[in-house]
Design a protein around this ligand. Structure first.
Ligand code: F6P
Length: 542
C-alpha cells in the first residue's frame, strides 16, 4: 500500500473502533430513515444495505479508499482490454462477450466484438440444427438429450442458469433434456447413461483448455459407452455425438472433435467468467437463442451501470466496498449467500467459485505477501432450507457472519393462489430472518431463558429484483462479477488467475501411478498408509 492508501485505511480502522460496540438496533433507533439513506434502486435491482453496520461516514471513507486504490482507472483497464491478468499476461474481457453489435473493443488490432457476434451466429446455427432435428445421431435419430461435460467454470455457470431459468425453456426446444456431468469419479455418468438413448444423445465437451482430467475422463467414458452400445466406428461417434466448446481447438481435434463440431472462445475469457461464451451453449439449448441474448443484455446493462454510475449509487461498487468493510474492519470472515427462491439453488455454488477462486489470494499484484485479509469463506443454500440447517449458527453461534439475501419481488403471477401464497411465505421469511439477524430480540421477554435469546447484530444486504427473467439473472451475475473485481482492486490482487489449483493436479497425477505400487519412498506416512488401505481393500488384491 502507498502512503496515502495507508492513511485512508488507518482512518477506516479508527472509524471501525468507534462502531465496534454499536449495535445495529441502535443504528436503526438513531435514524428512522436508514433504509432511504442506505439503499439504492438502479437497473431493475434494489440493494438494501441499511442492515450493514455502517454510517454515512463509513461510506464516505470506503469511497475515499476506492478512489485512493484507483478503482475508476482499473475499471477502465478491465473494459478496454488491458492485461489485468498480469500473471498470465492476459486481458479479462468477459464484458466484451455481452457487448452489443456495433461496439468496439480492440485486441491485437481486431475488434473482438465482431468476433463475439460471429461466434453467436455459429452458436445459433447449431441450436437451430438441433431444434429442427437436422442434427442426427449415428442411426439417424433426432437428438433428444444433451449432456454437458465440464467442470468449474465450464459447468457451474451454465448449470446454474439452466436450473434458474427452467420456466423460460424455449417452446421449440421442449423436447430436449439438458444434463450436466462434472464429477471426476464418474458417479453422475453412472446414473445418467442408463437413462439415455445413445443414438439420440449429444455430448458437449466444455473445456477452455481441453486438458482438464475430470472432463476428459468423463468424455472418454461417454464415448466408450456410445462405441459399445452402437457398434459404430469412433469416427461416426465423434462426428454425430460430440461438440466441443473450447479455447483449445487443437487439443479438441486431437481428441476427435472435428473443426466443424467446435464452438470456440478466446484466451481473454476466464473459465469462471465464461458462461457468456460458447460455454453457454447448454443455456441456449435450454432457453433458446433469444433467451440467451436477453441474458447477455441484462449483463451488459449492469456493465454500463458499473462503468458509469457514481460510486455512491453504483451497485457492484457498494456491494464490494461493504464486503471489504466487513472483512477488513469488522473482522467478519464468513459470508452466507441466501437466495429465497428455489430457482437460485445453484447460485451459491456458482458464487463459491466466482468469489473464492478469484479473490482467495494472499499475494498482491507485485508478488508480495499481503498483510491483510482477503476473500472470506463463502457458502450458501436456499434461505428457507438453510433456516433448518445452519441458521442456528447465524442466530446463536459464536461466528460473525455477513449474509446476502436475494429474492424476486413477484412470482407465480398467473399460477394460482396456492403458489402465490408460497411466494409470500418465502418473502416473509426472508424479511423476518434479515430483521432478526440484525436486531436480535429486544430482551424484554422476562420468561425467555438465555437459550432463547438472540443477540442480533449480524449484518446483511438484501438484493431484490422485480422478477427472475433471463435479463435480471444476467444482471445479477454481472453484479457479483464486478463486485469481485472491486474487491480485488481494493486488495491489490489479480482476480483472474488461479495458481492455487494447479499444484494439486500435478500431485494427483504423480500419485495415480503410486496407487498400484508405491515407488516413491519419500511419500509421507499418511499418504502411504492410505494407499496401503486402498490396495488391501481393492478388488483382486490381498
Ligand atoms: O481447476 C480450476 C479450473 O482451471 C477453473 O478455473 C476452470 O473453470 C476449470 O478448472 C475448468 O477448466 P477447463 O474449462 O479448462 O476444463
Amino acid at each position: 500500500m502507498s502512503g496515502e492508501d495507508i492513511k485512508v485505511w488507518g482512518a477506516l480502522e479508527t472509524h471501525a473502533e468507534c462502531l465496534r460496540n454499536v449495535h445495529l438496533k441502535d443504528l436503526f433507533q438513531e435514524d428512522g430513515n436508514r433504509f432511504d439513506e442506505f439503499s439504492v434502486s438502479e437497473n431493475n435491482f434494489l440493494l438494501d444495505f441499511s442492515k450493514q453496520r455502517i454510517t454515512t461516514e463509513t461510506l464516505e471513507k470506503l469511497i475515499a479508499l476506492a478512489n485512493e486504490k484507483d478503482l475508476k482507472p482499473w475499471t477502465e483497464k478491465l473494459f478496454t482490454g488491458a492485461q489485468v491478468n498480469a500473471s498470465e499476461q492476459r486481458s479479462a474481457l468477459h464484458t466484451a462477450l455481452r457487448s452489443p453489435q456495433g461496439e468496439c473493443v480492440q485486441q491485437e488490432g481486431r475488434n473482438i466484438v465482431d468476433d463475439v457476434h460471429q461466434s453467436l451466429v455459429k452458436m445459433e446455427r447449431l441450436v437451430d440444427q438441433i431444434q429442427q432435428a437436422q442434427w442426427r445421431g449415428y442411426d439417424g435419430s433426432p437428438i433428444k438429450s444433451v449432456v454437458n461435460i465440464g467442470v468449474g467454470g465450464s459447468n457451474l455457470g451454465p448449470l446454474m442458469v439452466c436450473d434458474a431459468l427452467e420456466q423460460y425453456t424455449s417452446l421449440p426446444l421442449r423436447h430436449l433434456d439438458v444434463h450436466f456431468v462434472s464429477s471426476m469419479d464418474g458417479s453422475e455418468l453412472e446414473k445418467l447413461l442408463p437413462t439415455l438413448d445413445p443414438a439420440a444423445t449429444l455430448f458437449i465437451i466444455s473445456s477452455k483448455t481441453f486438458s482438464t482430467i475430470d472432463t476428459l475422463a468423463n468424455a472418454n467414458t461417454a464415448r466408450e459407452w456410445l462405441l459399445k452400445t452402437s457398434g459404430k466406428s469412433i469416427d461416426v461417434i465423434n462426428e454425430h455425438h460430440f461438440i466441443a466448446a473450447t479455447g483449445s481447438p487443437k487439443a479438441a481435434l486431437k481428441w476427435g472433435v472435428a473443426k466443424r463440431n467446435q464452438l470456440l472462445f478466446w484466451d481473454w475469457v476466464g473459465g469462471r467468467y465464461s458462461l457468456w461464451s460458447a460455454i453457454g451453449l447448454p443455456i441456449a439449448l435450454k432457453i433458446g437463442m433469444d433467451g440467451f441474448r436477453d441474458l447477455l443484455k441484462g449483463a451488459h446493462e449492469m456493465d454500463v451501470h458499473f462503468r458509469t454510475a457514481e460510486f455512491d449509487k453504483n451497485l457492484p461498487v457498494l456491494l464490494g466496498l461493504i464486503g471489504v468493510w466487513n472483512v477488513n474492519f469488522l473482522n467478519i470472515h464468513a459470508h452466507a449467500i441466501l437466495p429465497y427462491d428455489g430457482r437460485l439453488a445453484q447460485f451459491p455454488s456458482y458464487l463459491e467459485q466466482l468469489e473464492m477462486e478469484s479473490n482467495g489470494k494472499s499475494i498482491n499484484r507485485d508478488g508480495e505477501r499481503l498483510k491483510y485479509r482477503t476473500c472470506p469463506v463463502l457458502w450458501g443454500e436456499v434461505g428457507s432450507n438453510a433456516q433448518h440447517a445452519f441458521y442456528q449458527l447465524l442466530h446463536q453461534g459464536t461466528e460473525a457472519v455477513m449474509c446476502d439475501f436475494i429474492t424476486a419481488a413477484k412470482r407465480y403471477e398467473s399460477d394460482g393462489e396456492e403458489l402465490q401464497h408460497q411466494h409470500q411465505l418465502s418473502l416473509a421469511n426472508c424479511l423476518a430472518q434479515s430483521r432478526l439477524l440484525a436486531l436480535g430480540d429486544d430482551g424484554t421477554d422476562k420468561k425467555a431463558s438465555q437459550y432463547q435469546h438472540y443477540d442480533g447484530n449480524q449484518p446483511s444486504t438484501t438484493i431484490m429484483f422485480d422478477e427472475l427473467t433471463p435479463e435480471t439473472l444476467g444482471g445479477l451475475i454481472a453484479l457479483y462479477e464486478h463486485k469481485v473485481f472491486v474487491q480485488s482492486v481494493i486488495w491489490e490482487i489479480n482476480p483472474f488467475d488461479q495458481w492455487g489449483v494447479e499444484k494439486g493436479k500435478k500431485v494427483a497425477s504423480s500419485l495415480l501411478v503410486e496407487l498400484d505400487e508405491v515407488k516413491d519412498q519419500s511419500l509421507d506416512s499418511s499418504t502411504r498408509g492410505l494407499i496401503s488401505y486402498v490396495q488391501s481393500h481393492s478388488k483382486g488384491r490381498v
